[in-house]
Design a protein around this ligand. Structure first.
Ligand code: ADQ
Length: 471
């Protein structure tokens, strides 16, 4: 592309914020994806000239840059081979397991790592082309950890931020990565590095000390062999709380919630799980606890049911295919053993739903089960407390970033199945007044710390880095 013009605010993320859809008459159209990042960015991009660099989601295709509501979308081409090596391979089969406590073993392949570098360079070059002099460039997530340094070499004039949506692992695990030095140096090309929790930032700082011999003071690293300093701190992401709460209160969503309860046979207690079908989310542990509670006779399938929504994810990676089989087998086993005639103990849906349907499910759930073994933040927990305007209960794993903020949740260690069963029962049985009080506090916490606030906190930190922004 020859950059016709440049922009003072540039976002780089693996995916563009649009989905490609083919209409009935064969036309290609782009639809704005409904994700939280897009909503957050809308608020910070308003009134700015902005560009977004990312992959379209379709291999072997690079449409020309195009405008979407004043935002220039700049597609990055990935070949099918690069999707397999940079994305499914290095990002999701090497980095993802290492960054999530090696819940499944990581696989390292030299050609995946080479493709990761090559694709990161392509992103850096594209950012360098579209960034105006002195622009702010905000790079997202673990797929693009080499971009900060590559971009700094090409464009020392721009201000570079990076935000990690997933955990940053302890150095003892990070050290396994063959690419560990390249990644740390890649990240240190930024001015500010944002993490979900202060503990993630601390893990990064420790890795810089141990593996690069870098000096750190507080949350600032001296970049070895330069006079540059980089700040690393926790800036927890959130949701568009006002928008979601408004949606949940609409007549349509409320009516749909009542209809869902009816369709489920009006049980006394509805438990809900909502996840991408990922081994980090603790879906098997949750099912095990629920199944045992039925077997023990401590829950009665006649009046308690679990609804599990699992959106399809990364199905070309072996560990994800295996997980899907395990979950579906377990659902079959529980239902075979416990479902009453005409109803099911577990209602399992392996597909995605529109926002309205998700909001209705959150409204109807008496207890929300969020039990990841490790999760950067977990937005589902925040969505539930925002939508559910009544005496609900949130069971929340202590291994999520959200647990740092959502103190009024029923906290659990999903590895401890007995304790998890106990916590689920405690959430179901808690007096209504206690449930109402906890939920109110949780809702207020998320409303105060919404995604718009996250984005403005992040950009302030980036503006003042390596110093802290004025209070
Ligand atoms: P994810 O691992 O994708 O994100 P999460 O934060 O839970 O996890 O967000 C999932 C989103 O997908 C939620 O908004 C949820 O409503 C939606 N969703 C899930 N299942 C769905 C379905 N079947 N239909 C429709 N929508 C569905 C990564 C990190 C997280 C971090 C986020 C944001 O792994 O830890 O919170 O980025 O930084």
């Amino acid at each position: 592309m020859t950059a016709r013009r440049t922009y003072d605010f540039v976002i780089a993320a693996n995916r563009l914020p649009v989905d490609r859809v083919v209409t009935d008459d064969g036309e290609v159209e782009w639809q704005r994806s409904p994700g939280g990042l897009v909503t957050a960015m809308e608020s910070v991009m308003r009134g700015r000239e902005a560009a977004w660099v990312g992959w379209s989601g379709q291999a072997d295709e690079a449409p020309e840059p195009f405008l979407e509501n004043d935002l220039l979308l700049v597609p990055i081409e990935l070949t099918a081979q690069e999707v397999a090596s940079y994305y499914e391979g290095h990002s999701n089969d090497s980095l993802w397991p290492i960054y999530h406590d090696v819940i499944v073993p990581a696989t390292f392949r030299r050609r995946w790592a080479a493709a990761y570098e090559k694709v990161n360079r392509r992103f850096a070059q594209k950012c360098a082309e579209v960034a105006a002099p002195g622009a702010t460039v905000w790079i997202h997530d673990y797929q693009l950890q080499l971009v900060p340094r590559m971009l700094r070499v090409l464009r020392p004039d721009v201000r570079i931020g990076w935000f990690n949506h997933i955990p940053f692992p302890p150095v003892e695990l990070f050290a396994q990565l063959p690419m560990r030095h390249t990644i740390l140096k890649g990240l240190l090309g930024a001015d500010f590095l944002g993490f979900q929790r202060p503990a993630d930032a601390e893990n990064f700082l420790r890795a810089c000390r141990r593996l690069l011999g870098a000096k750190t003071k507080g949350d600032v690293v001296d970049v070895p062999d330069t006079d540059r300093r980089v700040r690393a701190a926790g800036v927890p992401i959130s949701i568009d709380a006002a928008g979601l709460s408004e949606l949940a209160q609409t007549d349509g969503v409320q009516a749909r919630a009542a209809e869902i309860r009816e369709q489920l046979g009006n049980p006394k207690t509805i438990l809900l799980g909502v996840d991408r079908l990922d081994y980090t989310k603790g879906i098997r542990h949750r099912m095990k606890a629920f199944g045992e509670l039925l077997t023990d006779g401590r829950l009665d399938p006649a009046d308690t049911m679990l609804v599990q929504v699992a959106s399809p994810s990364r199905e070309r990676v072996a560990a994800y295919r295996e997980l899907r089989h395990q979950v579906e087998r377990t659902v079959g086993n529980i239902n075979g053993a416990h479902s009453p005639i005409g109803s099911t103990a577990v209602t399992y849906m392996h597909r995605s739903f529109p926002r309205e349907e998700m909001a209705a499910l959150y409204c109807v759930a008496d207890v929300m089960l969020v039990t990841p073994l490790r999760d950067g933040m977990n937005l589902v927990a925040k969505e539930y407390v925002t939508c559910h305007d009544g005496p609900g209960a949130l069971v929340l794993s202590e291994f999520t970033g959200a647990a740092n903020e959502l103190k009024q949740a029923f906290r659990c260690n999903p590895h401890d199945i007995e304790a998890l069963k106990h916590t689920i029962l405690a959430a179901i049985d808690a007096p209504e007044a206690e449930r109402t009080k906890r939920m109110r506090a949780l809702r207020r916490q998320v409303a105060r710390n919404d995604v718009q606030r996250w984005a403005s906190n992040y950009l302030d930190a980036l503006k003042y880095a390596p110093d802290k922004p004025p209070a």
